[in-house]
Design a protein around this ligand. Structure first.
Ligand code: SF4
Ligand code: FES
Length: 402
């Protein structure tokens, strides 16, 4: 699984006024079905929760079919199949066909492991619209190191197969200080593969990426240089390949409008049926996540405390409450506020109006000075790879988050 997107790209703005109190919020537009936490890769920047091993129950096929039906009835139009690695579910083709029958636009977000010629044909037949394939780097060494697997050659083969089956080539690569200096080579690789679209997503620090933040955080110079390389390529290649460069908001002075607003357009469902207002909501304290096995999606979306908690602006503390920019960013990211301050209801510290803004600067400076001191591969900040054993250790308290 890749890192998390910084926003809900490609979706239109919420249709209801996002100011609070919200009498009747607009329905969700985007359903993310995290079919499983199982994954053959061990990426150090994965957004899945550190203690995912605690939640090893998975919804069965009938339950997922019901979730898709209910989400479509609510109004959701885009559907992402994600994980973990969604191809580890044998019923993926059935779920895609069901979604297609309901009228969803479907997207498979995959590492490519398990995407054989036969499965691609079956997914095509089932009506899958779109595939996003992740790479970790342009070189076999770094790709395989960052995912702690030998998957580079396999991903190359899968990329060829995706093309052969008539899909547009959509590549994703999560960036951090290990691979930011390779951005040019990553773009060259994408061009060679005939990619129509390349998402270069700078790491967002949640889950395993948060755990590894001091090892992954780039220097500002690395970022600006990579940005310049991207700009030069955009100029050179024009429309041949669309390159999206998602800047990490730790380097900004205003936060992102995370998920386009809490409970606004995004509805995630975790493998065990927990309904998620955002990718990382599972880690927020004091938030009881409703479960789709026990409640209808409509009830969850419109009435659950978890989805109401940070909807609109009524929950905001100062300085957001009286800020004239509050409708622009809706106070930023709740998960980032929690990770940096211990309180999900505080203003996102990325904002330089936040009294906690210094904490972001601290993390950035700490990471950057580690990078400058050459600790990228040093033992001072060894990467913690996403793996079941490590997750079980976090779940049992044997391992402490850093
Ligand atoms: Fe946004 Fe709050 Fe900062 Fe204002 S104070 S810009 S609403 S995060
Ligand atoms: Fe931004 Fe949770 S990831 S609100």
């Amino acid at each position: 699984m890749s890192n998390t997107p910084s926003s809900v790209a490609g979706l239109s703005e919420p249709r209801a006024d996002s100011s609070s109190p919200i009498a009747q919020p607009a329905p969700p537009l985007w359903l993310l079905a995290e079919l499983t936490y199982r994954c053959p890769l061990h990426c150090a920047f994965c957004y899945n929760p550190l203690d995912y091993a605690r939640h090893d129950r998975e919804l069965d096929t009938a339950q997922w079919r019901r979730v898709l039906t209910e989400a479509r009835a609510l109004g959701a139009a885009q559907l992402g199949f994600s994980g973990g690695e969604p191809l580890l579910r044998d019923d993926l083709e059935e779920l895609v066909a069901h979604a297609r029958g309901l009228g969803f636009y479907t997207n498979l977000i995959t590492s490519g492991v398990g995407l054989t010629d036969a499965r691609l044909a079956a997914l095509r037949e089932a009506g899958l619209d779109h595939i996003q394939l992740s790479f970790q780097d342009s070189t076999r060494e770094m790709n395989d190191f960052l995912s702690s697997t030998r998957t580079f050659a396999l991903k190359q083969r899968v990329a060829t197969l995706i093309k052969a089956h008539g899909y547009p080539m959509v590549l994703n690569c999560v960036l951090h200080r290990y691979n930011l200096p390779h951005v040019g080579a990553i773009i060259e690789m994408a061009l060679e593969m005939g990619a129509e679209y390349l998402e270069l997503a700078n790491t967002q620090y949640y889950g395993w990426a948060w755990e590894n933040r001091l090892a992954l955080m780039p220097t500002e110079t690395q970022l600006r240089e990579a940005e310049a390389v991207v700009a030069a390529y955009r100029e050179k290649i024009g429309k041949r390949c669309r390159i999206l460069f998602v800047v990490p908001d730790y380097y900004e002075t205003r936060p992102k409008k995370c998920m386009n607003g809490w409970g606004s357009v995004f509805l995630g469902v975790a493998p065990d049926g927990a309904a998620l207002p955002c990718h990382a909501a599972r880690g927020l304290p004091g938030l009881t996540l409703p479960n789709v096995a026990e409640q209808s999606l409509s009830d969850i979306w419109y009435h659950s405390d978890a989805f109401q908690r940070f909807r609109g602006t009524a929950w905001m503390p100062e300085p957001c409450r009286s800020c004239d920019e509050r409708e622009n960013d809706l106070g930023g990211c709740r998960c980032q506020a929690f990770l940096l301050t211990g309180d999900p209801a505080r203003t996102d510290p990325v904002c330089d109006k936040s009294p906690d803004h210094a904490r972001v600067r601290e993390v950035v400076m700490h990471g950057a000075s580690a990078a400058l001191a050459g600790h990228a591969t040093a033992s001072e900040y060894p990467l913690v790879f996403r793996a079941d054993a490590a997750s079980r250790a976090f779940a049992s308290g044997d391992a402490k988050a850093r």
